[in-house]
Design a protein around this ligand. Structure first.
Ligand SMILES: [Zn+2]
Length: 232
């Protein structure tokens, strides 16, 4: 007799909110892939299309490329989908209050009922990353969410500031390769302007991420790890 396996039940959803289309993978890609394998539904909300990095290309073209790349990376990681809010960079907090985006954002969160939320840290070097943190924290408070709220690092990779927030260390040794593969989906972020940039800077970027996850791993007695801080 053939026994049909039941469709595995989801353990709940996890929401990742970030400013640009590759931040989630840089900051939490290993953990996202791991949680997906464990049976969580991973959803990502990206606030902008990141059009300012290539100002000479039309916004709609950039948006299309970014959406495709983010979807490809999401598939590699095992995520359940990516939503772009299309906010203008450097103006997230004014923009989100326009055109009912704020309401829409809340509606998405209410529908997903996430058990965990991940976003940028409050002291990231990039102003849009900090703005993303403030928006998420405001939503979190206004909606009185019960989810655990964690922050990840993107452009403060070597932040050695002591924090008294509780830490969440995720051993990503089993998903580190998946994270790197997902990162490579962001081809438009790879700088092809000169051969030097292509060869040196891009490899340096992957190298930095590699080193960060490796150091976090060594510090926590494993090969690779991502570290998050619980802020809510
Ligand atoms: Zn970013």
């Amino acid at each position: 007799m053939v026994k049909f396996e039941k469709e595995p039940k989801t353990k709940g959803s996890i929401l990742v909110v970030c400013a640009h289309s590759d931040d989630q993978v840089i900051g939490a890609g290993g953990a996202m892939a791991k949680y997906a394998r464990e049976g969580f539904d991973i959803h990502t909300i990206i606030l902008s299309f990141g059009e300012s990095i290539r100002p000479y290309i039309r916004r709609e073209i950039i948006a299309k490329i970014r959406i495709k790349e983010a979807q490809r990376a999401d598939k590699i990681i095992g995520g359940k989908g990516v939503t772009f809010l299309g906010l203008k960079e450097n103006h997230f907090e004014e923009e989100i209050k326009k055109r009912g985006i704020d309401k829409n954002f809340k509606r998405i969160i209410r529908r997903l009922k996430p058990v965990k939320i991940f976003t940028h840290s409050s002291d990231d070097a990039h102003p849009d990353h900090r703005a993303t943190f403030r928006i998420v924290l405001r939503m979190y408070k206004e909606m009185r969410l019960r989810a655990d709220l964690y922050t990840f690092e993107v452009w403060n990779l070597f932040n050695i500031k002591k924090r008294n927030k509780p830490k969440l260390v995720v051993d990503i040794s089993s998903t580190f390769k998946t994270k790197m593969k997902a990162l490579k989906a962001f081809k438009s972020q790879i700088d092809l302007s000169t051969f030097y940039n292509y060869l040196v800077l891009n490899n340096f970027f992957f190298f930095i991420i590699h080193i960060k996850d490796l150091l976090n791993g060594i510090k926590h007695n494993t090969r690779y790890a991502e570290v998050f801080y619980k802020v809510g």
